[in-house]
Structures are given as structure tokens and as C-alpha cells.
Design a protein around this ligand. Structure first.
Ligand code: GLN
Length: 289
């Protein structure tokens, strides 16, 4: 009888690395390891310690289904159902954008500013998974938050994350197209947003896995700036005088967003870069009266 080689951890990873590479996956070996860890419920180091351990049929079947999905360009975070952001593991589904590491810098900057200003009421526009507002409330135990999103499905995810991370009692979720469902008499100390900012014509050129994320979380209109225009124009009503407006922006958009802020009578206080030295955040304030 012929002896078939066993699907050991090493063999599985080598095979998948090649398969993913052929499918144009950016980090083939890493993705293979992460998916295998999800099946084996172990840390990556374990794959190296037990490299010659064979997978059983159940493990192989589950792993194969993950590999097929990833090869089909499904984002890793949707397959795993979670994404690490700041201190926590956030639930993610195809209803929400996968939180990005750059956005952690936005959270850190806003948290620092909030502590300095004693900010109590925070608004997150287009909250998606809730990664920004939930992380902020986790860092700022004295603050309360409102999170809006046009997508009811996204708000369900944000609500679950708020619950899991223990901030749900301080967070109000509102299904709303930007400010439209908010009380006109309420003002916020901080308005933060990572709105959709990809210019419509650039969507087709995004990586295949990014294109599996919700279009509504990516498409910022013809020049990518539609949501900044609308948010900036709402600041007169909803941003507290001396309050902070904090945006994540796309590549080459920072100066245009600064200009939009100034045109709306806001004062730009800072532009900050991300890890890749790209101007990624714009901060502005509304003059006190
Ligand atoms: N950062 C995302 C990307 O580069 C875009 C998110 C957004 O439009 N706010 O794909």
C-alpha cells in the first residue's frame, strides 16, 4: 500500500503559501499561519514548535474552507470574524470596514486631546465596527459617546463591540445619515470621523480584498471629499465652541480638508502623519464665543 505524505503543519503551510502567492495574496505565509492558528486555536509560535504534527480530517476540512475564502480575496478579518484594534479584539463582519492600524493613531491623538480638555461628550460619525468610539470610551472613563452610522447592520456590530468591551452604558447608537437624526440642541466636545474618502473613480483600482469591504464605507464621492464637506458644515450646530473636530483623511487629502475647515470658519490646529509618513489626520477647532 502506498504511503501518502501526511498533512503536517509544515507541509500545510508550505502548500498554502505557494497557493496564496499564486492567487496574488500579499502576505501568503503570514495569512496561512493566521488561518491555521484559528483552526488549531493556538498561537503562531505553536506552529513552529509542533511543525511535524499532522492535521486531522476535521481540522483539514475547516482549514480548507478558510483557505478557499482567502484565495477568493475575502479579507482575513472577515474570515476570522475579528480584528485587533488598540487594546481589544473587535468583532467585524462584511457590514463594516475592517479597522486599520492608522486609525489607532487617530484614537490616540483624540484621547490625549480629550484628557487635556476634559471632554465629556464625543460623537463618532460613520462608526462602522465602533472601533474608534469604543476605544475612546475605554480610554476615557469620564466620557460619554454617540455613534452614528447610516447602516443598521454596522450599528449592530458596533453595539456588540461596545457590550464586549464594557462601554455600552456610555454609548448611544443612532442610525443616521451623518447628523440628520441628531438633536439640534446637543453640542459635542469632540467630533471624530473616519468617513468614506476614496474618490469614486479610484474604487475599481483598490486591492481585491479592500473591494470586498462595504462600498458605503469607502466611496467618498467624485473627489473623495463629500463627507468632509458635509461634516464640516454641521460643526456650527453640533461642535461645541472650543471643541475638537478630528478627521482621518486619505492620501493627498489633508490640505484640501484643511481648506474645507477654514472655509467653514474652523481653525485648523494640526495635521498629523501616519506610520508611512502620509498626512493622515486633520484636527480643527471652533472658535469659542
Ligand atoms: N483606509 C481605507 C483604505 O485605505 C479607506 C477607509 C475610508 O474610506 N475611510 O482602504
Amino acid at each position: 500500500m502506498e504511503n501518502k505524505p501526511l498533512w503536517t503543519i509544515t507541509r500545510v503551510l508550505e502548500w498554502t503559501k505557494q497557493y496564496f502567492a499564486n492567487k496574488g495574496i500579499e502576505n501568503p505565509r503570514l495569512d496561512a499561519e493566521i488561518l491555521l492558528c484559528a483552526v488549531l486555536k493556538c498561537e503562531r509560535i505553536t506552529l513552529y514548535v509542533h511543525f511535524d504534527q499532522p492535521l486531522d480530517d476535521t481540522e483539514l476540512a475547516e482549514y480548507r474552507s478558510y483557505v478557499t475564502r482567502r484565495a477568493n480575496q475575502e479579507p482575513l478579518a472577515y474570515i476570522l470574524g475579528t480584528k485587533a484594534f488598540m487594546k481589544h479584539s473587535f468583532k467585524v463582519t462584511p457590514a463594516v470596514l475592517v479597522p486599520r492600524p492608522e486609525t489607532e493613531l487617530l484614537v490616540e491623538s483624540v484621547a490625549k486631546a480629550a484628557v487635556g480638555a476634559g471632554a465629556e461628550n464625543l460623537l463618532d460619525i460613520g462608526t462602522g465596527s465602533g472601533a474608534i468610539i469604543v476605544s475612546l470610551l475605554d480610554l476615557l472613563p469620564q466620557s460619554r459617546g454617540t455613534a452614528v452610522d447610516i447602516s443598521a447592520a454596522a450599528l449592530v456590530v458596533a453595539g456588540e463591540n461596545a457590550e464586549n468591551i464594557g462601554v455600552s452604558e456610555r454609548l448611544t447608537l443612532v442610525e443616521s445619515d451623518l447628523f440628520s437624526k441628531l438633536d439640534c440642541n446637543k453640542k459635542f466636545d469632540i467630533i471624530v470621523s473616519n468617513p468614506p474618502y476614496i474618490p469614486a473613480a479610484a474604487i475599481a483600482g483598490l486591492a481585491a480584498d479592500v473591494q470586498k469591504e462595504p462600498l458605503g464605507a469607502l466611496d467618498g464621492g467624485a473627489d473623495g471629499l463629500d463627507f468632509y464637506r458635509r461634516i464640516v458644515s454641521g460643526c456650527e450646530i453640533w461642535l461645541q465652541p472650543d471643541g475638537l473636530l478630528a478627521f482621518e483623511v486619505g492620501i493627498d487629502q489633508a490640505q484640501s480638508v484643511c481648506q474645507l475647515c477654514r472655509q467653514a470658519g474652523l481653525i485648523v490646529t494640526a495635521v498629523r502623519k501616519d506610520y508611512a509618513e502620509i498626512e493622515r489626520m486633520v484636527f480643527a477647532t471652533r472658535e469659542g464665543t
